[in-house]
Design a protein around this ligand. Structure first.
Ligand SMILES: Cc1cc2nc3c(=O)[nH]c(=O)nc-3n(C[C@H](O)[C@H](O)[C@H](O)COP(=O)(O)OP(=O)(O)OC[C@H]3O[C@@H](n4cnc5c(N)ncnc54)[C@H](O)[C@@H]3O)c2cc1C
Length: 595
């Protein structure tokens, strides 16, 4: 079996040299942290995921989850034991609120660990991952009694959490939700309906499962404005966290699916189950958005994490496999990694993965800074940026990750298609990340309609300003042309934004919709350009007397250059695609009655 090694050196480089985290240690959100603390957490976290979680990855894929006759679900062998150890080590609560037993560490620390844990086993990490999202949601919208009742045990990992939106007739269009919530005399609700595709919906890892459920109270308006959110626990509990009675809900089915077999994707039937309103009546979608926004960032992390694992496997294999000769014709077969085309594939995967890691950690840093006002943005701008980056991280990361995992598989030739090499699992596992938490097309609409058009292009201007701030420093990068390439991609983005705003003023909504995916990709490219320039500036300042630093800096500068010349170059094409879009033409291509 191949191994997984966490990219610790790269994480530390981003922390220390790209984001200059050291400057902030001991202040604000980083008050209780020292350089040594950060290192110890990441080193120990690396050891845990490499030794404990990763060995279950293939096994979980092979074994899957089993629905038992009593409607309970068994997770793959080993999951329960390692989940216990995961919680005992506190890995499930790194950034959870301290008042409920969490460690209260900055988001940037838990985000770094999250990448490692997902790479090691995406299906496994979804159990604690969704619980962390549910914890933050209850902490944000719950009342004091709800927080006291549910959060300590959820933070401890003794209880887990889920999100229940999807029903057979609705996934994207939640306005069609049928699950009903009927008020009882004691102020609780009876929840009735069927939720499908619920990740971690039923399992044997925790003693209780706290479902957050979207449902409609009968006198509520139709559509999304009539949805409310409810806490529906598998076991009803008292306020001291004791289990009182089994609630009327059960798992009817565990989906047989393409990937993430180790995570139980469940159909849950609620049959007059007892539920508790959380947040305001009829504002359930707003409440659920707290969870969805965190989960969208987490889904983006799945893209980064799987791409990193695929990268490592492809590099290892390409070093060992010998095929073909050098073009000069001299000598025998050479390792395929020495072929320029294989190097090109691997460079593409690295340019995405390393850029994505820096974007993810920068975004987490912005979340930590929201109350602090460091970096070159105000608190309000940091918040705005996180909102703007969320659909990009979700969709750009996961679109790229699927194709990068497929590229990695290509390096294996025919063996890539065979299960023994553990690369085909990654292509299957990561595919769902383009679908759930709102499909990537829906992310693109969110970006265009809710983020860019609603804020009159302010976020794009902010990105432009951040790029401009790098102008002086970019002289330290060996090739000043890099900054010019980024400036021209930014011009393409500005032009596309102006075009969108003009079309919006003309009410050409179908036309805008047909270009949203191109626009998101263009934004993703520019954001990655911004971060790659920061990486290159930081790399060019490394002390290269040290041999390891020297090689690291050289690799970073080369990968960055690859990004600017081979990836960012697409920005001009994307702008053309946007401007050449024609919604009527699409109508003619797909026309009724013609095959
Ligand atoms: C493994 C797995 C785990 C999941 N986990 C959860 C979970 O934990 N909780 C949960 O609630 N759900 C979960 N889901 C459900 C998931 O979020 C939905 O499948 C997803 O949101 C898409 O909904 P849908 O499947 O109904 O597709 P549809 O909404 O029917 O969409 C079909 C296609 O039409 C497009 N489309 C739909 N509406 C529009 C529009 N307005 N404009 C443009 N295009 C549109 C979509 O982009 C998509 O390509 C999970 C799904 C899977 C497969």
């Amino acid at each position: 079996m191949s191994v997984y090694k966490t990219p610790l050196q790269d994480t530390l480089f981003i922390f220390n040299d790209v984001l200059n985290l050291n400057k902030y240690l001991g202040r604000g959100a980083f008050a209780d942290l020292s350089v040594e603390d950060v290192l110890i957490i990441l080193e120990q976290g690396s050891k845990f995921v490499e030794d404990k979680i990763y060995p279950l990855n293939k096994l979980g894929d092979h074994h899957g989850c089993v629905l038992n006759q009593d409607h309970s679900v068994s997770t793959p062998p080993g999951f329960k034991q390692v989940y216990q150890e995961f919680c005992n080590g506190g890995w499930n609560k790194l950034s959870a609120p301290q008042e409920f037993g969490g460690q209260g560490l900055p988001t940037i620390i838990s985000t770094a660990f999250e990448e490692y844990s997902i790479s090691a086993n995406m299906a496994f990490s979804m159990y604690p991952g969704l619980t962390q999202d549910a914890v933050l949601t209850i902490a944000t919208v719950g009342d004091p009694l709800q927080k006291k009742t549910y959060l300590p045990k959820m933070v401890e990992g003794v209880w887990s959490g889920t999100m229940n939106l999807t029903e057979p007739q609705c996934g994207t269009d939640l306005g069609l939700t049928k699950t009903s919530a009927v008020l009882q005399e004691d102020g609780t609700y009876k929840i009735t309906g069927s939720k499908i595709f619920i990740s971690s919906g039923e399992h044997d890892l925790t003693e209780n499962i706290i479902h957050l459920v979207l449902a409609r109270i009968p006198d509520s308006p139709a559509g999304t404005k009539g949805l409310s959110m409810f806490i529906v626990p598998k076991f009803i509990v008292d306020e001291n966290g004791n289990l009182v009675s089994r609630n009327n809900l059960k798992c009817m089915n565990v989906e047989k699916k393409m990937g993430i077999h180790g995570n139980a994707t469940c159909e849950i039937l609620y049959d007059e189950a007892q539920g508790f309103l959380i947040g305001e009546k009829n504002k359930g979608l707003n409440s659920m958005f707290v969870m969805m926004n965190i989960a969208r960032l987490q889904t983006g992390m799945q893209g980064l994490a799987i791409s990193e694992l695929a990268r490592q496997k492809a590099i290892d294999y390409s070093r060992l496999r010998k095929q073909g000769r050098d073009r000069s014709g001299a000598g025998g077969s050479i390792p395929i990694i020495d072929h320029a085309d294989i190097k090109r594939i691997l460079a593409g995967i690295s340019a995405f993965t390393e850029g994505a890691r820096a974007v993810a950690l920068w975004t987490a840093f912005l979340m930590d800074l929201e109350e602090e006002n460091f970096e070159s943005v105000t608190n309000a701008e940091a918040k705005q940026l996180v909102g703007f980056l969320t659909p990009i991280i979700k969709a750009y990361f996961t679109d790229n990750a699927f194709f990068k995992a497929s590229d990695a598989l290509q390096c294996f030739g025919g063996y890539g298609y065979i299960k023994d090499y553990e690369i085909e699992q990654l292509v299957r596992d990561v595919r769902v990340a383009m679908i759930y938490e709102g499909t990537n097309s829906i992310q693109a609409m969110d970006l265009v309609f809710r983020k860019v058009l609603l804020d009159n292009g302010e976020s794009i201007e902010l990105i432009g300003r951040l790029i401009e701030n790098l102008a002086a420093d970019s002289y330290s990068v060996k090739n000043r042309k890099i900054f010019d390439l980024l400036s021209s991609a930014l011009m393409h983005l500005n032009e596309a934004t102006t075009w969108l705003r003009e079309k919006s003023a003309q009410n050409e909504m179908k036309l805008i919709e047909s270009t949203a995916v191109y626009f998101l990709r263009l934004c993703g490219h520019v954001i990655f350009g911004y971060i790659w320039l920061r990486i290159m500036i930081a790399a060019s300042k490394l002390d290269t007397v040290d041999e390891i630093n020297n090689r690291f800096a050289k690799k970073k500068l080369a990968t960055g250059e690859f990004f600017f010349y081979q990836v960012l170059s697409e920005s001009g094409f994307l702008l053309k695609n946007i401007k050449n879009s024609n919604a009527n033409l699409l109508g003619d291509v797909i026309s009724d009655g013609i095959a």
